[in-house]
Design a protein around this ligand. Structure first.
Ligand code: BES
Ligand code: MN
Ligand code: ZN
Length: 496
């Protein structure tokens, strides 16, 4: 999809489709539309409440009087008072999903003038939404049912004259890169599990990363054993397919402190011998979303040439039930020397993350952030749309929450008090891998904390937001590519 910025009167746009964005209250029409025949029609429809402007609402007018465009698509933006990068993304997604059902040569998208132009990153989020909305979950359909537009023309109206042209172009470029990164994360999550066994996923990641100019190291099982990653080896033991550990290095920040991103990469979670019921296993190909987000975020920051240092650590494995699978009561010796009694093989994420976190901490980063589809309990606590945030560092938490406020993605801080640690006491080893019935998201985080060596650290439990069980106008089923926008925003804020 070629994306370009045009300055042209809306009525003259020759495109088969012209998309207009409409905020909710008073149904404010773009200045250039207001006094036209189309404007009259839309005003009537607004008065009749046929059009409300709610987020993602779609209205089609074919053959709009006074406009050169073949058809007009009006997309709701929601109330102006709530307008943020999140609603811009949702509107972009909705319009693209609506129009991408068949191949289209060109689509024109007019930037609205009735929004608060000081809202940070809204143009980027809108474009990222469009890029994401042209891509669906139907990766293996013999007939593709989503088609990126050949050309997307972003039309800058008269209300935008105060925005310097280069700023809009820069935002559009950023949005395109971030949208592509979101799609990378979604595609990886949506890929069938047998097509992304750890070694294959590692090779796919190697290609993506080296194309973006990121240094890649892939460790095979032998190396993982030499490095004493007992947690990763324990989980991988039940699988025919060996584990991989991937290290991504992006160093363009000179002497500035480095940032570590750690991702859970379970390419299929059957639960192991503590087998999941079939319904709970259906979507467990997406249990590598943490790793996918790390790769996607690093691809975006590299393509944006951000002046920072980021290292990604990805622990990739299947969690299966083969004859050599770890058993309940087995004790694993982890990378940092701690011993862990395995009392539930379905609590595998924390075992592989423990090694990855210890190794990341050894390299002395200023901050560590891990992303993991870690617990169903986090979804019980916060629902399917909000990530659990756990941290030993107040400032770091606040900067991530600030980035969330800018992007509209949602995370909520949960406690990490020391009494939860008691729940992980084992009779035979240093700790056990499950904490009992209550507070499962917290005990999981408390487990991870013991492997970060006191470094400044955030754990994001993304079990909920990583995956959509159902779709609507503004989203698809399947992998979401959540937190790519927020992490890019967070890492950008570090360079200010
Ligand atoms: N991958 C799952 C968590 C998960 C559940 C992610 C649902 C997305 C949707 C994780 O490995 C797991 O199985 N966690 C267990 C932990 C329990 C055994 C302590 C869980 O949540 O049930
Ligand atoms: Mn599990
Ligand atoms: Zn899992």
């Amino acid at each position: 999809m070629i994306i370009q910025v045009l300055r042209q009167p809306l009525a003259d746009i020759q495109s088969p489709w012209l998309v207009l964005l409409l905020p909710e209250e008073q149904g404010e029409l773009a200045v250039e539309v207001r006094d036209t025949a189309l404007g009259g029609l839309l005003s009537r429809l607004i008065v009749q409440k046929e059009i409300t402007g709610s987020v993602g609402e779609l209205t089609v007018v074919h053959g709009p009087a006074g406009f050169a465009a073949g058809s007009v698509l009006i997309v709701g933006l929601g109330p102006t008072s709530k307008f943020d990068a999140g609603t811009a993304h949702a509107a972009g997604f909705a319009l693209a999903k609506r129009l991408a059902g068949k191949p289209r040569e060109s689509v024109a998208l007019a930037l609205p003038d009735a929004v608060d132009r000081s809202v940070a990153g809204w143009i980027s989020a809108l474009v990222a939404g469009v890029v994401a909305g042209t891509r669906g979950p139907g990766l293996r359909k013999t007939e593709p049912n989503r088609h990126p537009f050949e050309t997307l023309n972003i039309i800058v109206g008269p209300g935008a004259t105060e925005d310097p042209a280069h700023q809009i172009e820069e935002q559009v470029r950023r949005g395109e890169i971030v949208g592509q990164a979101i799609n990378l994360a979604r595609d990886l999550a949506n890929t069938p599990p047998s097509e992304k066994c750890p070694s294959r996923l590692a090779e796919q990641i190697r290609t993506v990363a080296s194309d973006a100019g990121i240094a890649v190291q892939v460790w095979d099982e032998t190396r993982i054993r030499q490095e004493r990653f007992g947690g990763l080896l324990g989980v991988a033991a039940g699988s025919e397919n060996p584990p991989s550990f991937v290290i991504l290095n992006y160093h363009r920040g000179g002497e500035t402190p480095s940032f570590a991103l750690v991702g859970k990469g379970v390419t299929f979670d059957s639960g192991g011998l503590s087998l999941k019921p079939s319904a709970s296993m259906e979507d467990m190909k997406s249990d590598m979303t943490g790793a996918a987000i790390v790769v996607a975020t690093m691809q975006a920051i590299a393509r944006l040439s951000m002046p920072i240092n980021v290292t990604g650590y990805l622990a990739l494995t299947e969690n299966m039930t083969g004859g050599k699978a770890m058993k309940l009561g087995d004790v694993l010796t982890m990378r940092n020397g701690k011993t862990v009694e395995v009392l539930n093989t379905d609590a595998e994420g924390r075992l592989i993350l423990a090694d990855a976190l210890s190794f990341a901490a050894e390299n002395r980063p200023a901050r560590i952030l891990d992303l993991a589809t870690l617990t169903g309990a986090c979804m019980v606590a916060l629902g399917p749309k909000v990530a659990g945030l756990f941290s030993n560092d107040e400032d770091f938490s606040q900067s991530l929450l600030a980035a969330c406020r800018l992007t509209g993605e949602r995370a909520w801080r949960l406690p990490l008090d020391d009494d939860y640690k008691e729940l992980l006491k084992s009779n035979v080893a240093d700790l056990k891998n499950v904490g009992g019935k209550w507070g499962g998201a917290i005990t999981a985080a408390k487990f991870l904390e013991q492997f970060v060596d006191g470094k400044s650290w955030i754990h994001l439990d993304i079990a909920g937001p990583s995956w959509n069980e159902s779709d609507n106008a503004t989203r698809d089923v399947g992998g979401t590519g959540c937190f790519v926008r927020t992490l890019v925003t967070l890492l950008e804020s570090l360079t200010l």
